[in-house]
Design a protein around this ligand. Structure first.
Ligand SMILES: *Cc1c(COP(=O)(O)O)cnc(C)c1O
Length: 820
């Protein structure tokens, strides 16, 4: 079909009603009268995606014609959130659909709420990937996202007696209208086996003979640009058994074993590992990584590029961006393809490979730096291990040349660690091979250069760069906060949706009392919307007039949910002792949202404690309802979109030097919440932009933290010298929140007193002092809203469009290609 023959559906209410009814009857096979709401949701989704289809086909056709440089974003996680709303926004169909469905007696909002979000990520890292591909599509950059189609995404969190219980996330159960499987384009991926060498025409050649193979089936997703005619592709891989995989065992005559074998293949894309920041060196996880990295390279080289493409020009057509170390195995895979399949010599292959990859580091925690034992990697990918060893040999020769007689340095920089076991350091491999290495906020990139990868930044001074993270304004302002969006658009027009720096034009309006009043109305309405949601979703009652103080993010010790909780316990204890009059408390709802990795004991204990404290204080009449905890289960993108627009106060209280960037912090600022935060990650840049007067800074700085730890941190010293802290910890230890049982939360208390790796006790006093500043500021509602408006006006920098501009200018060097 030629370009001009691609049909575009009609953009009218009549046209929509017709298309919708056709999808219902011919797509779902039901009449309107007999249709379930799920039938209606599926028919609606298919009708809306039909409007994107012509743009998608045109984009693909255009890309084949133009052959411009593309970005391949390789990420083990894409935390997409719901698709319907975003598709309605991109197509500008919302009003048409609302009216059309109305004619049929169907409510758009109720169909919307049926969609299960694809939770194919853990938290910040996966959500970042989703924001980036949204921005790239909107900015007309030819992009392909590559990842894994997990059959089960991040678990659904439930609470039983306040403790986290994980339930499988069966997001595909009721049908998945946003994906397009293409089994005919499946590729075969090998594992295990051995390598063979031979001399062919006087050249030494190596061949990998895998022991088993799986099929990688691509599922395509649309990534619509914002009203620009472009729809990029996200290609997620699903694993299935190959025929030979089946047959081999079937021929042995064991039918049940052959079916079991099929399950073994399918296991590769069965489930997302729910660990965030603390990877476990599990074999299946390495299988997942190689599976999607290898399938993606093969796909790009064999399918996306023209058949006659000369790979010597590969770096002019693509840059593979590695989102953390999860896809880093793609580096030796490209080397293997060039050496063993294309017959290139080593230097030529290595020179090209070094131009095709760039690496984003996402952490500062040593335990989060991924390593794979040589034993496991050699068993699963023997050829890749050989290649990694050779890369390392040549690299270490260069190091020795530059730094003679410095074997300690050589050992520190080696891609192969020797202790505690011989293992491949994936971050070192990525740094050696990558064209660029970037951190995700200014402070983080500085610490990467100075601490985590300092030997490397000395060796490759030009390799290291920063790109501060961002979030997409389409989802996190325009869709999540329609009221604020309306107010902004009324004031400055709608250009801000794709040019977020224009929010600056709101600055003068911060001085306008009428604008501030309307801003407060928006906030109040968003709170009411949240109150209604939490009642229905969780049976939680919160007061719409109280300050909404929100801490939502993965549960991790470095993020310090415990510090937030100690603040609540200290206030409660103050009232119990008569040191604080309940009437003097600022009415406040402290909302938490957090999943803990299932194997992370301390994190799960903390969830138990938050719920236990909530149960106690929410029921205690002494507080007169002026301090409550709300902890809705299963924090995800959908909940974030409701919670953040309602928030007054954003809690970003990680220990300085531990949070690489944070992106939740940006979402809050853009929705007019004020931040109470440490000098960490992107908080630093938020504070610089919004101004000290509109940000509540507290706590140790990173150099102070290093200093304190170096000189021997003693948490008990803080416990002993601060009565409020002592009382709060004693109250928890006394069993006051656990029915008198002192053992229930003993591990948390002991950990804080005798270890406290993240200096909760050291920052406690400063945090409480900052909270009193918050209360004083909040008492003046009008001044508070002025600060809130200034937060919105000055946070345009945190658009992921700006992040993409930085990657494009400094790392990718790809150009926008408008789809005509
Ligand atoms: C933005 C987001 C995150 C990241 O939050 P941080 O506060 O930066 O850790 C995690 N989960 C979800 C669902 C998000 O939307």
């Amino acid at each position: 079909m030629a370009d001009d023959q691609i049909a575009t559906p009609e953009h009218t209410v009549d046209g929509f009603v017709q298309d919708f009814l056709r999808e219902l009857t011919f797509g779902q096979g039901v009449t309107l009268e007999r249709s379930s709401s799920n039938d209606q949701y599926l028919a609606l989704a298919r009708t809306v995606r039909g409007h994107l289809m012509s743009r998608w086909l045109r984009t693909l056709q255009h890309q084949r014609e133009v052959q411009a440089k593309s970005v391949a974003y390789l990420s083990a996680e894409f935390l997409l959130g719901r698709q319907l709303n975003n598709a309605l926004l991109a197509t500008d169909l919302e009003e048409v659909v609302e009216e059309g469905l109305g004619r049929l007696g169907i409510e758009l909002t109720s169909l919307r709420s049926l969609e299960k979000e694809p939770g194919l990520g853990n938290g910040g890292l996966g959500r970042l990937a989703a924001c980036f591909i949204d921005s790239l599509a909107t900015m007309n950059i030819p992009t392909i996202g590559y990842g894994i189609r997990y059959e089960y995404g991040i678990f659904r969190q439930t609470f039983v007696d306040g403790w986290q219980v994980e339930k499988p996330d069966s997001w595909l159960e009721l049908g998945s209208p946003w994906e397009f499987p293409h089994p005919e384009h499946a590729v075969t991926i090998g594992f295990g086996g051995h390598t063979e060498t031979a001399t062919v025409d006087g050249r030494l050649t190596t061949t990998w003979v895998p022991a088993w193979q799986v099929r990688a089936v691509p599922y395509n997703y649309m990534v619509p640009g914002y009203r620009n005619g472009r729809v990029n592709t996200l290609r997620l891989w699903s694993a299935s058994a190959t025929e030979s995989f089946d047959l081999q065992i079937f021929n042995s005559g064991d039918y049940t074993a052959s079916v079991r074998a099929q399950t073994a293949a399918e296991n590769i894309s069965k489930v997302l590992y729910p660990e965030d920041s603390t990877p476990q060196g599990k074999e299946l996880r390495l299988q997942q990584q190689y599976f999607f990295a290898a399938a993606s390279l093969k796909d790009f080289i064999d399918t996306v590029l023209p058949a006659d493409f000369d790979l010597h020009g590969l770096d002019e057509r693509i840059i593979f961006q590695l989102n953390d170390t999860h896809p880093v195995i793609a580096i030796p895979e490209l080397m293997r393809i060039l050496l063993d399949e294309k017959g290139w010599d080593w230097d030529e292959a290595w020179a090209l490979t070094q131009k095709c990859f760039a690496y984003t580091c996402h952490t500062l925690l040593p335990e989060a730096l991924e390593v794979w034992s040589v034993e496991l990697l050699g068993r699963l990918l023997p050829r890749h291990l050989e290649i990694i060893y050779r890369i390392n040999e040549e690299f270490l020769d260069e190091v020795r040349l530059a730094f003679p007689d410095d074997e300690l340095r050589v050992r520190r920089m080696s891609i192969i660690a020797e202790h505690p076991e011989r293992a491949v350091r994936m971050a070192h491999l990525a740094t050696v091979a990558g064209q660029k290495v970037n951190g995700v906020a200014e402070l983080h990139s500085q610490l990467l250069r100075d601490k985590v990868l300092s030997d490397f930044s000395e060796f490759y001074p030009d390799k290291f760069t920063n790109v501060t993270n961002g979030v997409t304004p389409r989802r996190f302002v325009r869709l999540a906060n329609p009221r604020l969006s309306g107010l902004i658009t009324e004031a400055i027009g709608d250009g801000w949706v794709t040019d977020l720096d224009r929010l600056r034009e709101l600055e003068p309006l911060a001085e306008d009392p009428e604008f501030r009043r309307r801003f407060r109305e928006v906030k109040a309405a968003n709170k009411t919307r949240l109150v209604d949601l939490l009642k229905v979703r969780d049976g939680i009652e919160i007061a719409p007039e109280a300050m909404l103080d929100v801490m939502v993010k993965r549960l991790h010790e470095y993020k310090r949910q415990t510090l937030k909780l100690l603040h609540v316990v200290a206030l409660y204890d103050g009232v119990r002792r008569g040191e604080i009059r309940a009437e003097d408390l600022t009415p406040r709802t402290v909302a938490f949202g957090a999943k803990a990795a299932p194997g992370y004991k301390m994190a799960k204990q903390t969830i138990g404690l938050i719920n236990a404290v909530g149960r106690t204080i929410n029921a205690d009449p002494a507080l007169q309802g002026r301090l409550r905890i709300a902890f809705p289960a299963n924090y995800n993108v959908t909940l974030a979109e409701r919670l953040i627009p309602a928030a007054d106060l954003s809690e970003q209280i990680s220990l300085a030097g531990k949070e690489a960037s944070g992106t939740g912090n940006m979402k809050f600022a853009l929705n007019g919440a004020l931040t109470i935060g440490t000098d960490d990650g992107a908080n630093v840049e938020i504070r610089q932009l919004v101004g000290d007067d509109h940000f509540f800074l507290f706590g140790l700085t990173e150099p102070e933290v290093s200093d304190l730890v170096e000189h021997g941190y003693r948490p008990t010293a803080f416990y002993e010298s601060n009565a409020q802290l002592r009382h709060a910890l004693d109250l928890i230890a006394s069993g006051a929140f656990s029915g008198g049982d002192r053992r229930t939360f003993e591990p948390i208390v002991s950990n804080l007193l005798y270890e406290d790796r993240f200096l909760v006790l050291a920052d406690f006093a400063a945090y409480l002092e900052a909270q009193t500043r918050v209360e004083a500021a909040y008492a003046d509602a009008d001044a508070w809203s002025r600060s809130a408006v200034l937060n919105v006006a000055r946070s345009g920098f945190f658009s992921s469009d700006r992040s993409m501009r930085d990657y494009l200018d400094h790392i990718w060097h790809a150009q926008p290609v408008p789809v005509a």
